[in-house]
Design a protein around this ligand. Structure first.
Ligand SMILES: [Zn+2]
Length: 124
């Protein structure tokens, strides 16, 4: 009685757990190859889907619209996000103000020299 659990012997239970973990590893591998998050698929398969996990990894659609990489700010410019419309404005370092290209909001900004003393972004 002491080596039985839910009517299964310990070896059977171990085999089941190992099989579950292998399914998780396979699902993680498939997910990784398809540009999905392998850790998520491993955990979901190991704890929930079991042998069905690899199938889900095969059917899941990778994110069709991943966030585009942030544009780099060119040398000699700095970036301000317009507080009114959220547009990114890359302005020359020496400029003390700018007009937002999208909504025409006029903003004063600290010149670069002042930023050394207070590196805090756009001035109010
Ligand atoms: Zn704006």
């Amino acid at each position: 009685m002491d080596d039985a659990f839910l009517g299964m012997g310990i070896p059977t239970l171990l085999l089941l757990i190992i099989g579950w973990l292998i399914a998780g590893a396979v699902a993680a591998l498939i997910a990784h190859k398809r540009g999905l998050n392998p850790i998520v698929f491993f955990l979901v398969t190991a704890f929930f889907l079991g042998p069905l996990g690899p199938g889900f990894a095969l059917l899941a659609q990778p994110d069709a619209n991943p966030e585009p990489a942030k544009r780099k700010v060119a040398d000699g410019r700095r970036r301000f996000v317009c507080p009114r419309c959220g547009a990114e404005n890359d302005i020359p370092n020496e400029d003390a103000s700018y007009n937002c290209w999208r909504c025409d909001e006029h903003r004063k900004v600290r010149p670069v020299k002042a930023l050394v003393d207070a590196p805090a972004g756009p001035a109010e």
